[in-house]
Ligand binder design. Structure first.
Ligand code: EPU
Length: 304
């Protein structure tokens, strides 16, 4: 095991004094959907917005870099892991139903779970996102989407923490949602969001939700270890279609291979390393560029 640095030890002591749950050298393979990645030097799990602010203050005072981890569904962590603080949002997992179709939820809530809970409570709007395997904070931060679903339309306000300004609340019109990007990121960390949904019969919403899930299962690899779509779609085309058209379905580097169901997904067969996945990403990018002159841009985030 790597020796822990002095600033990591001091950071851990200060987190302990503040009563904030944390662990040293936590394997990130346990926290990524592709099941890969080395350890985080300090893995911290704040439970409230105030604790996020405290973690950021301590990390800054100790000169520790920090990263934010949600469900780990769009993330590739290097086999060597990462130095510094990984702020995991998993403990920010409350869901509160308010008046008039509003629901407030913590950044760490698993998005499909939130979709199922709101549907069961007769609230419509986000059911097309039932197959998005991220956390609510991740869905907002990367403006994840599926079919006609886009989270921005349903946001009333977001509570976030800025490393410089502390906790702040943003109304919908103060937030920028672009293709797979938003105002949020490491400069503005989502703590919770208030969504405005519309009322309907739970059975009718469930019907649509099931239809979306069925379609997703037919067109994307579900229930296997993957990191979601690897590349962004180039303007006017689909990365999956392009990778498929150059004959790369099933192509493999070590234990990582291009899915036979959808070519923009890399599947980990249980014996892959992060290096295999990164090698496969490079090979795909090269082949697509050679054959079609299109430079694919990664959608998946990489940490090293
Ligand atoms: N296609 C192929 N071969 C493949 C995959 C796709 O020929 O291996 C064809 C399909 O037949 C279809 C076209 O390419 O004609 C588009 O495919 P699809 O409808 O699956 O959509 P996509 O553009 O590949 C995007 C998002 C997905 C999202 C789906 C559904 C990106 C990079 N991908 O995929 O998002 O789930 O639409 O809305 O924006 C993600 O971002 O992680 C992700 C999976």
């Amino acid at each position: 095991m790597r020796e822990q640095g002095e600033s990591a030890r001091r950071t851990a002591r200060r987190l302990a004094t503040a009563g904030i749950p944390h662990k040293a050298e936590e394997p990130l393979s346990r926290h990524t959907t592709i099941g890969l990645g080395g350890p985080a030097e300090l893995f911290v799990e704040p439970r409230f917005v105030e604790e996020i602010a405290t973690v950021l203050e301590i990390a800054a005072a100790e000169g520790m870099p920090f990263r934010v981890l949600g469900a780990g569904s769009n993330l590739l962590v290097d086999d060597g892991g990462v130095r510094g603080v990984v702020l995991h949002t998993g403990a920010l997992d409350f869901v509160r139903f308010l008046e008039a179709g509003r629901v407030e939820a913590g950044a760490g809530v698993h998005f499909p779970t939130l979709v199922r809970k709101t549907a069961a409570s007769g609230l419509r709007g986000i059911e097309a996102g039932v197959g998005i395997p991220g956390s609510l904070g991740g869905v907002l931060t990367m403006n994840a989407g599926a079919y006609d679903f886009s989270i921005g339309r349903h946001v009333e306000r977001v509570s976030a923490v800025s490393p410089h300004r502390g906790p702040i609340v943003l109304a919908r019109d103060q937030i920028d949602f672009r293709y797979r990007a938003s105002s949020f990121g490491s400069d503005l960390i989502v703590a919770s969001a208030l969504l405005a949904l519309t009322k309907d019969e739970p059975a009718a919403i469930k019907f649509d939700l099931d239809r979306h899930m069925r379609f997703r299962k037919e067109t994307q690899p579900v229930g296997v270890k993957s990191a979601g779509c690897i590349f962004k779609n180039p303007e006017g085309d689909s990365a999956g279609r392009l990778i498929d058209s150059v004959g790369l379905k099933g192509f493999r580097v070590g234990g990582a291979r291009i899915s036979d169901v959808h070519a923009n997904f890399i599947v980990h067969d249980g014996k892959a390393s992060a290096a295999d996945v990164l090698g496969l990403i490079d090979a795909v990018r090269e082949k697509v560029f050679r054959d079609s002159r299109i430079a694919l841009e990664a959608e998946v985030m990489t940490w090293s």
